[in-house]
Design a protein around this ligand. Structure first.
Ligand code: NAD
Ligand code: UDP
Length: 336
């Protein structure tokens, strides 16, 4: 049985779906601060399989003790956390509390229960502001521009020290690039609360008429068309990468993988591709640069291909088609 923390969230719900389809039994814990129970119910409907759901917080040691004593858990996928970069600047303590203290509580509860296999949701942000592109796992982590990124780097350091100190642990750090898209059914997807911070949910809300127009943050970057370039990957590819990464947990040690396509796409290219694939017109304007944005970064994804047999299969058109399918079927997300 696999414990999935944050399994009612965007990436977690897609991972739960792929785990069930691969024959795993899943227990989800989530405090629903940014997730939806409805996503779990829909995953059950899509897969025709059951998910055990327990409502609770990863910082609550008594809750974690209860979970590990009640269920025969063999390994953990740890998605629970806070992820809004700008909010992390205004509420740093909250971010360190959930992302760092929450992870420490989880590790302690796992240790007490004798469970030492974990896959952690890290981020390309840990490469920092000075890294050269494409990012390769062998590069050192760098300085992060915000508490969100710093919290991911701290947790990676905690896991690195733990793997060094205790050779029973098997730890996989998955550094995600920019996950977008939704399950092909259009029944689960990204459902941000309030104004989206990220590009793709913002674009799809403009497309569906919730927002008037997209502001492209900066068109004077040293890139092909002056807008920032990122490595967008389909969330279902990312979820499949998680299932494949479980094979690494058989051998103790610390393993780090980039999960990306290796192909940078600019903001303007994304807008034009969305208009073409979804056949909608998107109003947009060019605005000021957003603080802390890097001009361009993408993955060297060859290590995941070599060791996990993982490669992103879905192209940009599929990412857009599935985003649009989800957004048009559920204009107000899970509350539609
Ligand atoms: P999400 O907010 O949709 O999912 C996170 C889930 O964790 C939510 O369901 C939320 O309710 C839950 N949660 C938050 N705090 C909790 C707590 N204290 N106790 C229990 N549950 C809690 O985010 P997501 O996009 O699915 O991201 C999942 C993970 O991947 C996060 O750790 C995030 O930092 C990381 N990540 C995301 C991206 C991205 O672009 N989405 C990129 C890199 C890394
Ligand atoms: N972006 C934008 N307008 C928006 C949201 C994002 O131009 O309303 C740009 C942003 O500046 C960045 C890219 O889109 O260059 C991806 O941003 P996102 O927040 O999705 O991902 P991240 O910054 O974490 O790579």
């Amino acid at each position: 049985m696999i414990l999935v923390t944050g399994g009612a969230g965007y990436i977690g719900s897609h991972a739960v779906l792929e785990l069930l389809n691969s024959g795993y039994e899943v227990v989800v814990i989530d405090n629903l601060s940014n997730g939806a129970l409805e996503s779990i119910e829909r995953v059950e409907r899509i897969t025709n399989k059951k998910v055990i759901f327990e409502h609770g917080d990863i910082r609550d040691s008594a809750f974690l003790k209860y979970i590990f004593s009640k269920y025969a858990i063999l390994s953990v996928m740890h998605f629970a956390g806070l992820k809004a970069v700008s909010e992390s600047v205004s509420s740093p303590l909250q971010y360190y509390d959930v992302n760092v203290t929450g992870t420490l509580e989880l590790i302690k509860a796992m240790s007490t229960a004798g469970i030492n296999k974990i896959v952690f949701s890290s981020s390309a942000t840990v490469y920092g502001e000075a890294a050269t592109v494409p990012y390769v796992e062998s590069m050192p982590r760098g300085q992060s521009a915000n508490p969100y990124g710093a919290s991911k780097g701290m947790v990676e350091q905690i896991f690195t020290d733990l793997a060094r100190a205790d050779e029973r642990w098997s730890i996989v750090l998955l550094r995600y690039f920019n996950p977008i898209g939704a399950h092909e059914s259009g029944d689960i997807g990204e459902d941000p609360k309030g104004v989206p911070n990220n590009l793709m949910p913002y674009i799809s809300q403009v497309a569906v008429g919730i927002r008037e127009k997209l502001t492209i943050f900066g068109n004077d970057y040293p890139t092909r068309d002056g807008t920032c370039e990122r490595d967008y990957l389909h969330v279902s590819d990312l979820a499949e990468g998680h299932v494949l990464s479980l094979s690494m947990l058989k051998t103790p040690g610390l393993y780090t993988f980039n999960l990306g396509t290796g192909k940078p796409i600019s903001v303007l290219e994304m807008v034009l591709a969305f208009q073409r694939v979804a056949k909608v017109e998107l109003k947009y304007e060019f605005g000021k640069r957003r603080d802390g944005d890097l001009p361009a970064f993408w993955a060297d994804a060859s290590k995941a291909k070599e060791l996990l047999g993982w490669e992103a299969k879905r192209d940009l058109a599929a990412m857009i088609k599935d985003t649009w399918n989800w957004q048009s079927k559920n204009p107000n997300g899970y509350n539609s």
